[in-house]
Design a protein around this ligand. Structure first.
Ligand code: AMP
Ligand code: MG
Length: 370
């Protein structure tokens, strides 16, 4: 156990004296949690393998799941990567600093502990003022996965971090709630066609506009459990983001989803389970359950991304056994949300059809003929 110091820092104008305290801890090989525009990150000096190993220990993260290296200065990219292709340059101009992680072949400077022994390194330049100030003051690249225990939902507040990691980290910088609420987009630039390994706030559509062609890895779509055969992105094989409760995801047309969720609520309640529904502004008043939580507005999926992980944690705090969640269209930021939801559900997905489709197919089968 170590004593965890909480440093409250202004997210818009970080106080330099506080940032310096944290930066010194990073330089000395310690663990500092800091806010980014995606989620809170658990940081250590990316070039110090002993420091990086502490991240794995604190999170109880499997050693074969590589970390993302965060930089504050674009020049560091050329030190960490063996080669920077022209696509990377275009993407950086457009999306850095911001929630886009690029996978490139690593240079010799990056220790194996950081990349879990892979020949590639994942790099991003965050835009959050605290993250940028910390990296710049530490003057080393900072390896930082999400600051949660392995398998738990990523933290979007300092409280979530302390719930998971208090006594395991030296400092947590509390800069308030994060922006996007889901982790960065991970794009592999070592494949012939750039491939999205993890959907995130920088959308596939936006990447396509810059790159022309871009693929989405089947695991990133998370439509069905997929075997990760090649050790291309080992993190993809783990169950992630999950609350302790069992999550059932209902996908399909909205009216069909709502009635299926109502039906499942009744079923599980009569089996003695405490049922929570992850509802939206548009649907919440249609549900009766032990807990009905409004996670955001369906028409504005960014609001859902922001509250998703917090909602998971709150359902756990309320001792819910089953969480029933509504699906979204898997496009734009919706793809990132659906990727997290499908994983959290362990692919326990119920697919439904909407009333129009049902009516049409019933009509075809002659149900309405006298
Ligand atoms: P986290 O920051 O906790 O969300 O985890 C980092 C994510 O980036 C995980 O899904 C990793 O598998 C992925 N990642 C990091 N480095 C690499 C790499 N070299 N190759 C493939 N995926 C990576
Ligand atoms: Mg994570």
């Amino acid at each position: 156990m170590v004593e965890t110091l909480v440093l409250k820092v202004n997210p818009k104008q970080p106080e330099l004296e506080k940032i310096r305290v944290a930066a010194q801890v990073v330089r000395k090989g310690g663990l500092v949690v800091f806010p980014t525009e995606t989620v809170y990150g658990l940081g250590a000096n990316a070039l110090d393998d002993a420091a990086v190993l502490k991240i794995f220990k604190a999170k109880e993260r499997p050693a074969d799941n590589p970390l993302i290296v965060h930089i504050a200065d674009g020049d560091d990219l050329h030190i960490l990567a063996e080669h920077v292709p022209s696509e990377a340059k275009k993407l950086i101009t457009q999306f850095w600093p911001g929630p886009l992680t690029l996978l490139l072949r690593k240079s010799e400077l990056v220790p194996d502990a950081t990349t879990a022994g892979l020949a590639t390194v994942a790099i991003r330049m965050p835009s959050h003022p605290i993250a940028r100030a910390l990296i710049a003051e530490a003057d080393v690249p900072i390896a930082a996965p999400s600051a949660n225990l392995a398998g738990r939902p990523s933290p979007t507040t300092a409280k979530h971090v302390l719930d998971d990691l208090s006594g395991r980290i030296n400092i947590v910088i509390d800069g308030g709630a994060v922006g996007f609420g889901v982790e960065s987009t991970v794009l592999d630039l070592t494949t012939e066609v750039p491939t999205v390994l993890r959907p995130g706030p920088v959308t596939v559509e936006e990447l396509g506009q810059v790159l022309g062609e871009v693929k989405v890895h089947p695991v990133a779509k998370a439509e069905a459990p997929a075997e990760v055969v090649v050790a291309q992105a080992p993190g993809m094989k783990y169950k992630h983001y999950a609350p302790r409760a069992e999550v059932i995801l209902v996908e399909g047309a909205l009216d069909g989803m709502v009635s299926k969720i109502q039906e499942l609520t009744v079923k599980h309640k009569s089996a003695g389970k405490k049922v929570g529904i992850m509802a939206t502004v548009e649907t919440a008043r249609k549900y009766r359950a032990d807990v009905v939580k409004v996670v955001g507005v369906r028409r504005k999926p960014k609001t859902i991304a922001k509250n998703l992980f917090k909602a998971f944690r709150e359902f756990d705090e309320m001792g819910v056994d089953i969480v029933l969640a509504e699906g979204l269209k898997p496009k734009s930021i919706g793809l990132a949300i659906m990727n997290r939801l499908r994983k959290a559900a362990g692919y326990n997905i119920v697919r439904v059809r909407g009333s129009t489709k049902r009516l049409r197919s019933n009509a075809k089968r002659g149900f309405y003929k006298s």
